[in-house]
Design a binder for this molecule. Structure first.
Ligand code: CA
Length: 245
């Protein structure tokens, strides 16, 4: 039932774009999809951010102040510690030669402005799938527990075949639970998975956040809400009784 991957539930994306409106649009769309997004507006800031914490994906505009996107990409690829980070390049130029040039520089994919935010999100998912090999088919990994079905690739959760209207956080919480059916997970573990809270950070308020979202998720699961069981003093587990399908 479980499938291990090095890709966390909340991948970090570094967006390098000096045009504030475009940067904000990209950040908004990726955040809605459940990514953790950091935005910087220049080449040197991009390299500094990558140096601080290696992202799972870089969305890199070519036209940047300080250092060009191409130069940033070259530096990323020439530094062993960052060489493998996937990079999605944005360009305002339309020429085919630029596309080839960018791919030769080591971009994993390419988008020409203006692009649709939806297209960007699909490309981002596709790159991460390729990089981390989490999904062998476009359908992606699917987890089932009784009548609950969670399709990771499609970002879709269903109960008895009816799509659940979940927020990104509720989706990640349900995913964290259904990936380990029947196993109790602490609030801390759920925080790390569904909220990308760093291990070791202790905050009682944060654990109450888990409780609140579990309540909301239970409500959305209706009669199935009781299958998210509270394990007193420890955390939660998802357990669908045998015979329920
Ligand atoms: Ca730009």
């Amino acid at each position: 039932m479980t499938s291990e991957s090095t890709l966390p539930l909340v991948p970090r994306v570094l967006v390098v774009e000096d045009e504030p409106d475009i940067a904000a649009l990209i950040a908004y769309q990726l955040t809605r999809e459940g990514f953790r997004v950091e935005t910087v507006g220049s080449g040197p800031d991009a390299l500094a951010a990558i140096d601080r914490e290696l992202p799972h994906l870089v969305v890199l505009d070519r036209m940047l102040p300080g250092l060009s996107g191409d130069e940033v990409l070259l530096r990323i690829r020439s530094e062993p510690s960052t060489a493998k980070v996937p990079v999605l390049v944005l360009t305002a130029r339309r020429e085919q030669e630029d596309r080839i040039e960018g791919l030769q520089l080591g971009a994993d994919d390419y988008l020409t402005k203006p692009f649709s935010p939806r297209e960007l999100v699909l490309r981002a998912h596709a790159i991460l799938r390729r990089m981390h090999g989490t999904e062998s088919s476009p359908g992606g990994r699917v987890f089932r527990a009784g009548p609950i079905r969670v399709d990771i690739g499609a970002h879709r959760a269903e109960l008895n075949g009816v799509e659940l209207d979940l927020t990104p956080t509720e989706f990640r919480l349900l995913r964290a639970l259904i990936e380990r059916p029947g196993r109790t997970q602490s609030r801390r573990q759920l925080l790390e998975k569904a909220w990308a809270v760093e291990p070791g950070v202790s905050d009682r308020l944060h654990t109450r956040t888990v409780d609140m979202h579990v309540r909301r998720l239970r409500a959305k699961l209706g009669v199935g809400g009781r299958w998210i069981q509270t394990v007193r003093g420890f955390g939660y587990r998802l357990k669908v009784p045998e015979g329920i399908e």
